[in-house]
Design a protein around this ligand. Structure first.
Ligand code: 26Q
Length: 817
């Protein structure tokens, strides 16, 4: 309950907004218009807290974390903000009285999809936790005109549709033109002698104005509102006669185009580096603006820039913001007049880096030619960082040229962003225990040996406010009913549910809630896919970005295998199963897109085959995104987390499923390891090779899938069905490339790189265990409840407290209104 919240005032505010924004009375307004009006009314409440929060920060001169990220996958704001100002009950009532359903109103809001997947959503969960815990923070990113594309499925294929999320404006944002910053690209560096040292000046450049838009990040019930600051690009001087006079016509046009193109669209690659010039421009654009602004803000209240690290910390969300290291050096040296050593000391006490992947194709390496042409001054600094670091390596490992080759920041004509991030930061962290161990002992072994003190683990987490309180109100209310509401801000408290796990009445209640949530998802699927699914079947769900290492292919091959068994024996005893997929594929990732087509092709055949009595259904949910994810997690019985061990840094979907009472079917990869540790191996379905086994096969190159293909008749049959037209009668060659990816007959080194055939039998066995376990309704209810009860570790509140204690060293702030 929100003490200060007045229903009547709020109602008036909504009516006033409808009038003022749309020239309408409330009963004339469309749901979309009511959404806008309600959002502005909520913003009105938030703004006061927002102002009060920043007053308090100034008063306390509090240290601030700047979370620098190319991605913030926020989803919808309205429902979350209403929950966090603790006015849900009241606003629901107000809307009821006016004849509107809050759910319908919330549904009008487009998702803010300024991210691809896990990394972007993690940033969003972190902001929620930072505000809820009362820590001073800015998220800094880009205000992409177009976010993650919308996915349409046409004839079974993914079609990408632009996501024009700002079409009707964004009620929550505030444009802060007074904080605009100039960002410079290209040109050359002039060296001017200043009597005792050189001064470096960038000349002949093109520049843009970075204009910030602020979004409020509301803490839960504590009056704290932090800021997500996303930068828009504006041309510096729009066409002026002056430009014509100087003959700079060409340059004026180019600057205008630069500003227009810069923030146009989010690159839709997940875990894959694309060396595009515009991407590097985007990176430098938002980093230069954010770092310049942070330094300026610091200097408004402090005079010694050498103590910047006492008030500011920059957290680099993967290598994408790594130019921050060189940009801060540039500002400190060229603009603040520090010596190299002084500047380096400040920089390496201010920057910290998080690694999110070990996938080789995700490593950012920029060609020197591109990098130095676009960022000439920054490149000089990178070269000097490299030169000095190589000196360090030589001091430590005299004569060891291998070390230089493996560790240099600039090598082989490329700038290696991960190496710069490690060298320029005081902290390097992985995102799950196993992932951090692999970093320390495999991927980043040399760096760990040279600077072990930098390395640490921060196991990811998720916010229970969005993924339980908002996404699953039935379960949230039930939990609160049983144990009180402390879990909302202290998730480990949810452990107290464990005592109810054996209670038959509680089991009944719990399973009934799951059933209601399955009905809600079934309705969504019927409306969006036109497919009927049986809410009494097991909802077996894999939702995440489409990537070969995540092995959606293994999942659908197993469905094909099960279907074969049913065709052999239509009376086969099995619990009806609904296999639910949701995934976007990067627009240029051909085999991933083909996998989507395969899933839909299998769905077509299986769903329309009456002979199997509806025992298997396959559903591909179009346009998987934050808003429908909330509905999907709530309805899941089984959570598929089946990446090739060692490949998934952490995973966070796995935690959202667990929190909503789904059982994990997974490999010992990423955070699955810790999930199983918390809930107990007997309440999860674990299968497949360990990361050590995978890594060993990769090293020894001793795996050949052909052996399995030749010896296992069931697997052979499934693979043959990829190329005999069973699922593609029009073109039996359609899935040949998928077949080849598993069984490259010419080059077994490039066959089944993700060990799908190797893990297949073990996966199928685990599915059998699920079928058996689900028949024991009491056991299943107990297991699901224990998953919820033991999900406490995986709150992003815990993750943030660890970042604060080990890396950021922030102080909590209290805001009184
Ligand atoms: C890089 C260069 C150019 C274009 C795009 C990119 C790019 C974009 C996004 C590279 C990687 C990403 C996203 C990575 C990501 O989402 N990683 C996930 O991070 C999660 C949060 O830590 C983990 O839980 C997942 O395991 C990890 O895959």
């Amino acid at each position: 309950m929100n003490q200060g919240f007045d229903k009547e005032t709020f109602k008036k505010s909504v009516i006033y907004n409808v009038k003022n924004l749309f020239r309408k009375t409330i009963d004339e307004a469309s749901p979309e218009q009511v959404f806008q009006a309600v959002a502005y009314a909520v913003k009105d409440v938030i703004i006061d807290e927002w102002i009060a929060t920043h007053k308090e920060y100034e008063k306390q001169d509090a240290k601030t974390v700047y979370y620098l990220s190319m991605e913030f996958l926020m989803g919808r704001a309205l429902g979350n903000n209403i929950i966090n100002i603790c006015a849900q009950k009241e606003i629901k009532e107000v809307l009821d009285e006016m004849g509107f359903d809050l759910n319908v109103i919330e549904d009008q809001e487009p998702d803010a999809a300024l991210g691809n997947g896990g990394l972007g959503r993690l940033a969003a969960c972190f902001l929620d936790s930072l505000s809820t815990l009362g820590y001073p923070a800015y998220g800094c990113g880009i205000r992409y005109r177009y976010g993650m594309f919308k996915q349409k499925i046409e004839n079974g294929y993914q079609v990408e549709v632009p996501d024009n999320w700002l079409k009707d404006g964004n009620p929550f944002e505030v444009r802060r033109s007074e904080y605009a910053m100039e960002v410079k690209f290209g040109g050359y560096v002039d060296t001017e002698w200043e009597g005792h040292n050189n001064h470096f000046v960038q000349k002949g450049y093109q520049s843009v104005m970075a204009v910030p838009y602020d979004l409020p990040i509301v803490g839960y019930g504590n009056n704290v509102v932090n800021t997500l600051r996303i930068w828009d690009a504006q041309p510096i001087n729009t066409f002026s006669l002056e430009a014509f006079d100087k003959g700079d016509y060409q340059k004026a046009v180019e600057q205008e185009n630069l500003a227009k193109n810069l923030v146009e669209v989010l690159y839709p690659n997940d875990n894959h580096y694309a060396g595009k010039e515009l991407r590097l421009k985007q990176q430098y654009f938002f980093i230069s603006a954010s770092v310049q602004r942070a330094v300026k803000k610091y200097l408004e209240k402090h005079d010694d820039i050498r103590k910047l690290h006492e008030k500011v910390v920059f957290q680099l969300n993967d290598t994408h913001p790594t130019v921050a290291v060189a940009e801060l050096m540039r500002i400190l040296i060229d603009e603040q007049g520090l010596s190299w050593d002084e500047a380096w000391e400040v920089t390496t006490k201010t920057c910290a880096y998080t690694n999110h992947t070990i996938m080789a194709e995700a490593l950012e390496k920029w060609p020197i030619e591109l990098f130095s042409r676009l960022l000439p001054r920054i490149y000089q600094i990178v070269e000097e960082i490299n030169r000095r670091f190589i000196n360090e390596i030589q001091k430590r490992y005299p004569g060891d040229n291998e070390k230089i080759k493996k560790m240099a920041v600039v090598y082989d004509g490329q700038v290696k962003m991960a190496h710069m991030a490690i060298v320029g930061s005081f902290s390097v962290n992985g995102v799950a225990r196993l992932h951090t161990e692999i970093l320390k002992h495999q991927e980043l072994k040399d760096f760990y040996e040279m600077m072990p003190e930098k390395f640490n683990n921060k196991t990811n987490g998720i916010t229970q406010r969005r993924f339980l309180l908002h996404g699953n109100p039935l379960l949230a209310d039930w939990v609160t009913d049983k144990i009180g509401n402390e879990w909302i801000t202290n998730l480990p408290h949810i452990e107290r549910l464990a005592v109810f796990a054996d209670d038959p009445k509680c089991q009944q209640e719990f399973m009934n809630i799951k059933y209601q949530n399955k009905l809600r998802l079934a309705k969504y699927i019927k409306e969006h896919n036109g497919v009927e699914v049986d809410p009494r079947s097991i909802f077996d769900v894999q939702v995440k970005r489409l990537h070969e290492y995540k092995r959606q292919l293994m999942n659908i091959l197993h469905v094909m295998y099960l279907y074969n068994q049913l065709k052999n024996d239509p009376n086969m005893d099995m619990v009806p199963r609904t296999f639910i997929f949701g995934a976007k594929a990067a627009a240029g990732y051909r085999i991933a897109k083909k996998t989507i087509k395969l899933i839909n092709a299998v769905a077509d055949v299986v769903n329309s085959d009456k002979s199997i009595n509806g025992k298997i259904k396959v559903v591909f949910i179009e346009d998987y995104r934050v808003s429908n994810a909330e509905i999907i997690f709530a309805a899941a019985d089984v959570s598929e987390q089946i990446s090739t061990a060692s490949k998934e840094a952490s995973g966070t979907g796995n935690m959202k499923f667990m929190l909503n009472g789904a059982l994990t079917l997974g490999t010992m990869d990423g955070a699955n390891v810790e999930i199983v540790e918390e809930v107990g191996e007997e309440y999860a379905f674990i299968f497949g090779m360990s990361s050590d086994e995978v890594i060993s096969h990769e090293k020894n190159r001793d795996y050949n899938p052909m052996t399995i293909f030749n010896e296992d008749q069931d697997i052979r049959r499934v693979l043959m069905q990829l190329i005999n037209g069973l699922y593609s009668p029009e073109d039996s060659e359609l899935f040949r490339d998928i077949y080849n990816s598993l069984l490259n007959t010419k080059n077994s080194d490039r066959a089944d790189t993700y060990f799908i055939l190797k893990d297949f039998r073990s996966y199928a066995e685990a599915h059998k265990r699920i079928d058996k376990a689900y028949r024991d309704e009491k056991w299943w209810a107990k297991a699901a409840m224990l998953n919820v009860a033991h999900s406490g570790k995986f709150t992003s509140d815990r993750t943030i407290e660890e970042y604060v204690k080990d890396i950021w060293k922030l102080e909590k702030v209290k805001v009184e209104l």
